[in-house]
Design a binder for this molecule. Structure first.
Ligand code: RIB
Ligand code: CA
Length: 323
């Protein structure tokens, strides 16, 4: 089994990604780290806890992470709306504040914070682990800043984030990298084997409402919850980022499914990807060097420029029905 640590800003697609990872026999989810992103850290942590309790997977430890990006909120003008949460952020009803599941009762976050966990676990690990960040990269970047040698115990970092041809939070930037651009830069330069699953791929793997109905008919707790979340996402996307008839991307799940069947992504190429940070107009933009203008830089990741929607939906449905 492949050991993985997920780093999440649980919202709806993070939740579906977690359900898929827990259902996959090939994966051993060692721990889940929460981070500020879709919502503030209180929301993303509780949403992760309540999901695990709902699934009966309380044994998976949750480590609460950074409540703010590394530096992007320091100048008030740069990220005035971060951390998210509460009434001032209604536009993003893709996630809501709380997952529509019963609040957690017994499941609590560990005492240790996520950054300390990364440093301790990766310093002591006897076998390498894959990190799967599907939110802003703050936790991992802070751990690298404190103890860079922990990268030696990382098998691979499979990131949902970035974009070549799209932005979603701004015209230039994908949300996870926009939220904490400096963290994205630190992680992209860390030297580990990295696979990036960007919007270019996730937007080609949208799930239809009719397919959510099929998932719902699967009847498992994961099927029922995921189907509701997909339909919520379709409503949210149709309101302010239409993706075509009655469908929505489930970004984070594609990162998990790529580990299980790489053919769910297509046109995956070694690429040097830089990050614009510091607060300009294209703050958080992933600069994908498709024409190798950075002559002196070797590729720092495999970058998935596309996806196979049918393969993705089939595997997603199979995993959700499994548990
Ligand atoms: O841009 C999509 C990403 O931002 C997804 O991870 C979603 O959950 C949000 O975090
Ligand atoms: Ca996410």
């Amino acid at each position: 089994m492949r050991k993985i640590i997920m780093d999440v800003d649980t919202g709806t697609d993070d939740a579906i990604a977690i359900m898929c990872a827990l259902a996959a026999e090939e994966l051993d989810v060692v721990a889940i780290c929460s981070v500020n992103g879709n919502r503030g850290i209180t929301y993303t942590t509780e949403n992760t806890l309540r999901l695990l309790e709902y699934l009966g997977r309380e044994e998976v430890p949750v480590y609460k992470g950074a409540h703010l990006p590394m530096v992007s909120t320091l100048p008030a003008w740069r990220r005035p709306e971060v951390p998210y949460g509460g009434k001032e952020f209604r536009e993003m009803e893709i996630h809501g504040d709380w997952l529509e599941l019963p609040p957690s009762v017994n499941k609590k976050a560990e005492d240790m914070d996520a950054v300390s966990f990364y440093i301790k676990y990766l310093s002591e690990a006897k076998e390498k682990v894959t990190i799967v960040p599907v939110g802003p990269l703050t936790n991992l970047a802070l751990a690298f800043r404190a103890k860079p040698e922990i990268v030696e115990n990382i098998e691979e970092i499979v990131i949902m984030g970035a974009a070549y041809a799209h932005g979603n939070k701004t015209a230039a930037a994908e949300f996870n990298w926009w939220c904490d651009p400096e963290a994205a830069k630190i992680v992209m330069d860390c030297g580990a084997k990295i696979t990036v699953i960007p919007l270019d791929a996730t937007h080609k793997a949208c799930v239809k409402g009719s397919e959510a109905d099929i998932i719902e008919a699967g009847g498992t707790k994961a099927c029922l919850a995921a189907a509701d979340m997909i339909k919520q996402r379709i409503r949210g996307y149709s309101t302010f980022q239409p993706m075509g008839d009655d469908m929505a991307p489930v970004h984070d799940a594609l990162a998990v499914l790529y580990m299980l069947d790489p053919q769910v992504c297509e046109d995956v190429r070694p690429m040097y990807v830089d990050v614009d940070f510091g607060g300009g107009n294209s703050d958080g933009m992933s600069i994908v060097d498709v024409d190798k203008r950075y002559y002196d830089r070797e590729p720092n990741c495999d970058f998935a420029f596309s996806a196979n929607r049918e393969k993705f939906v089939a595997l997603l449905t199979k995993l959700l029905k499994a548990r």
